[in-house]
Design a protein around this ligand. Structure first.
Ligand code: HEC
Length: 157
């Protein structure tokens, strides 16, 4: 009888442990699967033009990494970055553009209907994360850098 009771105890204990382990794993899985909402918004609203995979010659707009690099230099604060992106969305006209070379090549970005809240999520994600870049980008960026970023300078008449 004693052994039966001990066996029962061990059984209950084992089942109890298993359940605990299970719960633990499912919680962990949820955390690691969570995607930043800004990432999703970029994928659905921006990447159609700001693609990270389109070739240099066959695209509708600069890749997102180029936009990020233009808006966030090494000493730009997150607050300033978010504000600058918001300013652009409030008033996307040529005179307000920082990417003159891109305006010349692609034309000015169309005004998009996006809430301030969603734009903040996008900027938050962009600022904090490494953004996918096309294969050609680094070489192109370094060449532009060597030339002193002529595309960033004010329009020449
Ligand atoms: C219909 C195509 C299209 C979509 C969609 C689009 N863009 Fe653009 N975007 C452009 C083009 C073209 C340019 C380059 C010309 C320019 O700077 O206006 C650009 C430039 C920009 C610039 C730099 C503006 C400047 O010159 O200072 C920012 C910032 C930007 N896009 C953010 C975004 C974000 C964030 C999204 C998604 C919410 C987005 N864009 C969606 C076409 C698009």
């Amino acid at each position: 009888m004693k052994t039966l009771i001990s066996l029962l105890f061990i059984f209950v204990f084992l089942v109890g442990c298993q359940q605990k382990t299970k719960t633990f794993y499912s919680v962990k899985a949820n955390v690691s699967n969570e995607v930043h909402p800004g990432k999703k918004l970029i994928e659905t609203q921006c990447v159609i033009c700001h693609s990270a995979t389109a070739s240099h010659d066959n695209r509708l707009a600069p890749p997102m990494i180029a936009v990020k690099k233009r808006y966030a230099s090494s000493n730009t604060t997150k607050k300033q970055f978010i504000k600058d992106i918001q300013n652009w969305f409030d008033n996307p006209v040529e005179d307000n553009a920082k990417m003159y070379g891109a305006v010349k090549r692609f034309g000015v970005m169309p005004k998009l209907a996006i809430t301030k809240e969603n734009l903040n999520l996008i900027s938050d994600y962009l600022y904090d994360n490494d953004i996918d870049q096309p294969e050609w980008f680094e070489k192109h960026y370094n060449e532009e850098k060597r030339k002193g970023f002529p595309m960033h300078k004010l329009k020449q008449s």
